[in-house]
Design a protein around this ligand. Structure first.
Ligand code: ZN
Length: 150
C-alpha cells in the first residue's frame, strides 16, 4: 500500500476507535435513522439546524469500522456548513464511492473524506461508507421513514 493509502487507513481506524460527535443531541430539530442490513450497520443522526446552517450534529451507531468511521468523519465535515454545502458534499462523496476504482477522487471538494475512495475496490463496503451520508440526506430533506441501503 502506498503512503497515502496508509494515511487514509489510519484515519479510518482512528475515527472508528474515537468517534467524533458521538451521542444524542437534546435540542435536535432534525433526526434520521439508517441501517445497512447487508452488514448490520446502524446509524442515528441528530441535527440542530438554524438559519439554514447545521449548527450541531451528533450520531449514535453500531456496526463495522467503515460505517462508524464514515459517520464520524461525515459529522466533522458538515458541522457548521449550510444545507446546500452539506448536500454538495453528499453528492461529491456519493459520486466518489460509485465511480470506477481507478477514477481519482475529487480531493479538493472531499478533503479527508477521500479516505473512503478505497471502498470502491470492495463493492459490499460501499453501502457501509454511504450509510451515514444517505441518513444525513434523509435528515436534511425531512424524509419521514427510516433509511435503508436495501
Ligand atoms: Zn458495514
Amino acid at each position: 500500500m502506498n503512503a497515502l493509502g496508509e494515511l487514509y487507513q489510519q484515519l479510518i481506524i482512528d475515527h472508528n476507535r474515537t468517534p467524533r460527535n458521538f451521542g444524542s443531541l437534546e435540542d435536535a430539530n432534525r433526526f434520521a435513522a439508517g441501517d445497512n442490513p447487508l452488514c448490520g450497520d446502524r446509524i442515528k443522526l441528530y441535527l440542530k439546524v438554524a438559519d439554514d446552517v447545521i449548527q450541531e450534529i451528533r450520531f449514535e451507531g453500531s456496526g463495522c469500522a467503515i460505517s462508524q468511521a464514515s459517520a464520524s468523519l461525515m459529522t466533522t465535515a458538515v458541522r457548521g456548513k449550510s444545507l446546500a454545502e452539506a448536500l454538495n458534499l453528499f453528492n461529491a462523496f456519493h459520486g466518489m464511492v460509485t465511480s470506477p476504482p481507478d477514477a481519482l477522487p475529487n480531493s479538493k471538494a472531499l478533503g479527508k473524506l477521500a479516505a473512503f475512495g478505497g471502498v470502491r475496490a470492495f463493492p459490499a463496503r460501499v453501502k457501509c461508507a454511504n450509510l451515514a451520508w444517505h441518513t444525513l440526506r434523509a435528515a436534511l430533506q425531512g424524509e419521514p421513514q427510516a433509511v435503508s441501503t436495501e
